[in-house]
Design a binder for this molecule. Sequence first.
Ligand SMILES: Cc1cc2nc3c(=O)[nH]c(=O)nc-3n(C[C@H](O)[C@H](O)[C@H](O)COP(=O)(O)OP(=O)(O)OC[C@H]3O[C@@H](n4cnc5c(N)ncnc54)[C@H](O)[C@@H]3O)c2cc1C
Length: 420
Amino acid sequence: MTARQPEVLIVGGGVIGACSAYFLAKAGRSVTLLEKGEICSGSSHGNAGLTAYSHVTPLAAPGVLAQSLRWLLRPYSPFHIKPRLDPELLRWLWHFRAACSENRMRSTIPVLLALGQASRRLHVQLHATENLHCDYQYSGRLYVFNSRTHFEAGLHEAELLRGYGVETRVLAGAELQRTEPHLLPSVIGGIYYPDYGSLIPDRFVHALAQAARRLGVAIESSTEVRGFEISGRRITAVRTERGDHRAEEVVLAAGAFTPLLARPLGLRLPIQPAKGYSLTMKKTAACPQLPLSLEERKLAATPMGDRLRLCSALELVGYDSAINPRRVAAIYAGARDYLAKIDESSPAEPWCGFRPLTPDSLPIIGRSPQHDNLTIAAGHGTLGITQGPVTGQLVTQLLAAEQPDIDLHPLRVSRFPQPR
Ligand SMILES: Cc1cc2nc3c(=O)[nH]c(=O)nc-3n(C[C@H](O)[C@H](O)[C@H](O)COP(=O)(O)OP(=O)(O)OC[C@H]3O[C@@H](n4cnc5c(N)ncnc54)[C@H](O)[C@@H]3O)c2cc1C
């Protein structure tokens, strides 16, 4: 069966696919989006919902390897790798190690900052023009510490980012308690980053997909892409469980699953599924007012409407989507180190998802070097909700062969060696 022929086929209905569909349709392109499950059923669903426009220290940074090794020795620490002989994981770790140098970190920060600043403009514009109803707040985020060592590391990071023009404010004592009255007295200090927003991510993505539909985008859910038909340097058909789709252009935006789709196309994308957890519960009277980062535990606490979401953990365990009850218990225990009243008796929705993590903390946004009509938009790691809108705009500019608003060279596919 050959379905209708749009100009662009997007594979993946998370934040990146939905934003790409929206901006392409806005630019007058006819678009079909193919999603194997429901819209926003992947990593975009239950995450922390933060839009980090300028707190952009990459995950790969000096000292991270030593810290990760220490964490590896502790069960249920924020970071975990399941030891295994997986060549893709080993290759990823090799690239990650290289990206942890001071020079690489310093060259990555301005790229993330450019993406973040463009994202802020687009988030503000989208929330002003579309009825997104996703509780978007531009309230900043407070990083809190209960140990001197981590507070000092936080101050060092803030100083580093101030060098790039990022605004930060150090809080302690009465000022900290006034800013966030429900913190335990054991919290010794805080650093406030004003350039942060938050939203309810699944509502955001569904609303954007709805806006894209109004612009004429056809969304086909329960349609898994299973392969491609290739002729020379062109993808001539996208094979799905419901038949073939043809289009002039194909965009792969399947999050952590993108490397599995790209492999038969001859592309090796070092994107690891970095599993993370969230617990969403009813707000109590003692709920934090601001989005918080509980630093020693690497826990995010985001107020979302009448609920509070706690997020944590980065596990490289492959595509294992089981919810580990001990991980859930570790999130509660971590939150209790900072917050007076975390109510474990009220039911919380546990969730896990796979961040699509590149080793250098930058997304892959660019044309395939091996194909004339394939674009990759994946690998947004811990920042996909933040960078969704700018990615949608960049994909639209790439497909129109326009000068992109942001230099795409650091984001190109071929920064990672590709098979010949
Ligand atoms: C615990 C946690 C907290 C996070 N917190 C934040 C945060 O605060 N701020 C932030 O900016 N980011 C955050 N992130 C990261 C963010 O969630 C991701 O970067 C983002 O969701 C990636 O979006 P995506 O569209 O690339 O992938 P996804 O949302 O995973 O979407 C990919 C889609 O492709 C579909 N798909 C896969 N294979 C196929 C196929 N063969 N055919 C058709 N469809 C297919 C999947 O079903 C899925 O719906 C967090 C992530 C986690 C796990």
